[in-house]
Design a protein around this ligand. Structure first.
Ligand SMILES: [Zn+2]
Length: 82
């Protein structure tokens, strides 16, 4: 009576609330499922922000939800650091 083991269905969250590092404005945005966003322009002040060193995208750095590839444990397209 085993129950098929561990469920591997990870509920993907595609919405991330990004906080602008320049002005602190927060905006909830929908992330692309399979792409990394390297640059993002703040809708409030127009600041262009980038990922912090070691992060793969602006959502991982400035959002409250990591990007979908990271949620899935795949790392990200920027994990090419050898
Ligand atoms: Zn801003």
């Amino acid at each position: 009576m085993t129950d098929a083991g561990t469920a591997e269905t990870v509920p993907l969250r595609l919405q991330s609330t990004v906080t602008c590092p320049a002005c602190g404005a927060r905006a909830t945005e929908t992330m692309p499922e399979d792409a990394c966003i390297w640059f993002r322009e703040c809708p409030a002040c127009g600041d262009l922000h980038r990922p912090k060193p070691g992060d793969c995208c602006v959502y991982c750095s400035h959002g409250d939800t990591p990007c979908p590839p990271v949620q899935l444990g795949n790392g990200c397209c920027a994990s090419s650091t050898r």
